[in-house]
Design a protein around this ligand. Structure first.
Ligand SMILES: Cc1ncc(COP(=O)(O)O)c(C=O)c1O
Length: 466
C-alpha cells in the first residue's frame, strides 16, 4: 500500500483552491497551501512525496493505537459488508451500537451507564448541554440554563460549544452566545501572580467558581464544563485538588459537572477515563471522542449517569419524546471501530504502557528546560507541551511576530517530526505506542529545532539572545 505515487502539486492546488480548512491562517495559506499527509504506519506518517515524520500530535490528539492497523481496516470493511448504516432513531439499533454502549458503560465510572452517540467532541458536548437543559426542564427547574466554563477551556466549534470554549483568540470576529454562557479564570499555575503559592492559587480558582454560581443564582445555573487537563488552551494542569473541590462546589449547588475527556480519554493519561483515577474527580457526565476510535472513524459519546437517565426517560405527556439525535448517532462502522480499538488497547495493555513510559516522556521533555527560551514544560504522560518565553524570570513572551510556535514546528518538520504550534507553545500528543527510544528521538529533534529557532530569533531581532 505505502509508497503509492501521488501527484502532490495537483493535490496541493485542489486543496488550496477548494478546501476551506479548520483553523486556517489566511495571512499565509494562499501562498503555503497545505502539506499533504498521505499514509501512516505505527507512530509515523508519510507525506505525498514519501517523506517520513514522527507524528508528535497523534493526528490531532486522537490516533492513540497508531496508524495502519490491519485488523482495524479489516473490521471496518467487514462491518461495511454486513451493514454499512442503519438508523438508530426511535427503537432501532445495530449490533455494534449496542455492544459498544455496553462496553463503554463497563469502562466508565459505575454511575455512568447510559451512552448518547455523536460524531465528534463538539457534538458530545453540545449534546451534554442540551440534555442537561432537558433534564432540568423535566424536573420543573426551568431557570437552570446558565453554563459556566473556564477561560482557555476548549470544548468545540459548534455555535454552542464555541461559546462554551474560553480560548478568546478563537472568537475574533466570530459570534458566540453571550446570554447564558460564562467563563471563570483559568487555573494555570505557571501564570499565577508572583508571590502566591500554588495552594493559595488553587483556593482562589475554586472560589471563582462558587462566586460565579452565587452571582448568577444557583437556581439559574445548569452545569460546569471542564477538561481534566486543558488541551487546546495550552496543556494546563490545574493544581492538585482543584477538580475534586470544584466538583464539590457543583454538588453543593445542584450544578451538573461535565468532564470533557475528549482528549484525556482512552489511554492518553494511562486510563480509559482519567477523571477518577488521576484527578480524584467523580463527574456527573463524561464526554469523549477522538481516542474512542483512535481516529479510524468519527465517533463521540456522552456518558450519562443513572440519575439523569431516570429523569429524562420518564414517559412524557402529550406524546412528546426525547428528540435529541443525529443521523449518524451510533453509526455501525464507527461503533465497530470503537469496539476494535478498545479491544486493541486492552489486549496490548496500552494504558499500562502509557503509565510506565509517560513519566519517562515527561522527564525527557523536561531536559529542555536548560534552553534559555523554554519557560515551562508541562502536561502529563502522553499529553505534553513546551512554553516559550523571552525571559524565564519575568515569563515575558516573545513578540507575536516571532510566531515562535510555528517557527519551531517548521524546524521540527524539516527534521522529521510533526509537533503542533499553539501560539507560543508546541504541543505533543503522539500515538500511545511510542517507545522510549522514539521518545528520545523526538526530544532530540525538539532540542535541535529550538536551537535553530533561537538563532533565527536573534537574526530577526525578535530576541536579544544569551
Ligand atoms: C477537550 C476537547 N473537547 C472537545 C473538542 C472538540 O472535538 P471535535 O473537534 O471532535 O468536535 C476538542 C477538540 O480538540 C477538545 O480538545
Amino acid at each position: 500500500m505505502r509508497n503509492r505515487k501521488y501527484d502532490t502539486a495537483d493535490l496541493w492546488r485542489k486543496d488550496r483552491d477548494h478546501y476551506l480548512h479548520p483553523w486556517t491562517d489566511f495571512s499565509v495559506f494562499k501562498e503555503t497551501g497545505s502539506d499533504v499527509i498521505a499514509e501512516g504506519e505505527g507512530i509515523y506518517v508519510f507525506d505525498s512525496d514519501g517523506r517520513r515524520f514522527i507524528d508528535g500530535i497523534g493526528g490531532l490528539w486522537c490516533v492513540n493505537i497508531g496508524y495502519g492497523r490491519e485488523e482495524m481496516a479489516e473490521c471496518l470493511a467487514e462491518q461495511a459488508r454486513r451493514i454499512c448504516y442503519y438508523s438508530t432513531f426511535t427503537h432501532l439499533t445495530t449490533p455494534p451500537a449496542a455492544e459498544l454502549a455496553a462496553k463503554l458503560a463497563e469502562l466508565a465510572p459505575a454511575r455512568l451507564s447510559h451512552v448518547f452517540y455523536g460524531t465528534g467532541g463538539s457534538m458530545a458536548n453540545d449534546a451534554a448541554a442540551r440534555i442537561i437543559h432537558f433534564y432540568f426542564n423535566r424536573l420543573g427547574k426551568k431557570n437552570k440554563k446558565h453554563i459556566i466554563a473556564r477561560i482557555d477551556g476548549y470544548h468545540g466549534s459548534t455555535l454552542l460549544t464555541a461559546s462554551i470554549t474560553g480560548v478568546m483568540f478563537d472568537r475574533i470576529d466570530f459570534d458566540v452566545l453571550m446570554d447564558f454562557v460564562h467563563h471563570i479564570p483559568c487555573p494555570n499555575p505557571y501564570r499565577r501572580p508572583d508571590g502566591m503559592s500554588v495552594e493559595e492559587f488553587c483556593d482562589e480558582k475554586v472560589a471563582d467558581l462558587e462566586t460565579k454560581i452565587l452571582e448568577l443564582g444557583p437556581e439559574n445555573v445548569a452545569c460546569f464544563f471542564a477538561e481534566p487537563i486543558m488541551g487546546a488552551g495550552g496543556v494546563i494542569v490545574p493544581p492538585s485538588g482543584y477538580h475534586r473541590r470544584t466538583r464539590e462546589v457543583c454538588a453543593k449547588y445542584d450544578v451538573v459537572y461535565v468532564s470533557d475527556e475528549v482528549v484525556t480519554g482512552f489511554g492518553r493519561l494511562g486510563h480509559f477515563f482519567a477523571s477518577e483515577p488521576v484527578f480524584d474527580l467523580t463527574p456527573d457526565i463524561i464526554t469523549c471522542a477522538k481516542g474512542l476510535t483512535s481516529g479510524y472513524q468519527p465517533l463521540s459519546a456522552t456518558l450519562l449517569p443513572d440519575f439523569i437517565y431516570d429523569v429524562i426517560s420518564v414517559p412524557q405527556a402529550e406524546g412528546a419524546m426525547f428528540t435529541q439525535g443525529f443521523t449518524y448517532s451510533g453509526h455501525p462502522i464507527a461503533c465497530a471501530a470503537g469496539l476494535k480499538n478498545i479491544e486493541i488497547i486492552e489486549r496490548e495493555d496500552i494504558c499500562g504502557h502509557v503509565r510506565a513510559v509517560g513519566p519517562y516522556f515527561e522527564a525527557r521533555l523536561n531536559t529542555l528546560r536548560d534552553l534559555p527560551i523554554v519557560g515551562d514544560v508541562r502536561g502529563s504522560h502522553f499529553m505534553l507541551c513546551v512554553e516559550f518565553v523571552a525571559d524565564k524570570r519575568t515569563k515575558a513572551l516573545l513578540p507575536a511576530e516571532a510566531k515562535i510556535g510555528n517557527l519551531i514546528a517548521r524546524h521540527c518538520q524539516a527534521r522529521g517530526l510533526i509537533v503542533r504550534p499553539l501560539g507560543h507553545l508546541n504541543v505533543m500528543s503522539p500515538p500511545l505506542i511510542m517507545t522510549r527510544e522514539q521518545i528520545d528521538e523526538l526530544v532530540a529533534i525538539m532540542r535541535q529545532a529550538i536551537e535553530a529557532a533561537m538563532d533565527d530569533l536573534v537574526r530577526a531581532g525578535h530576541w536579544r539572545g544569551v
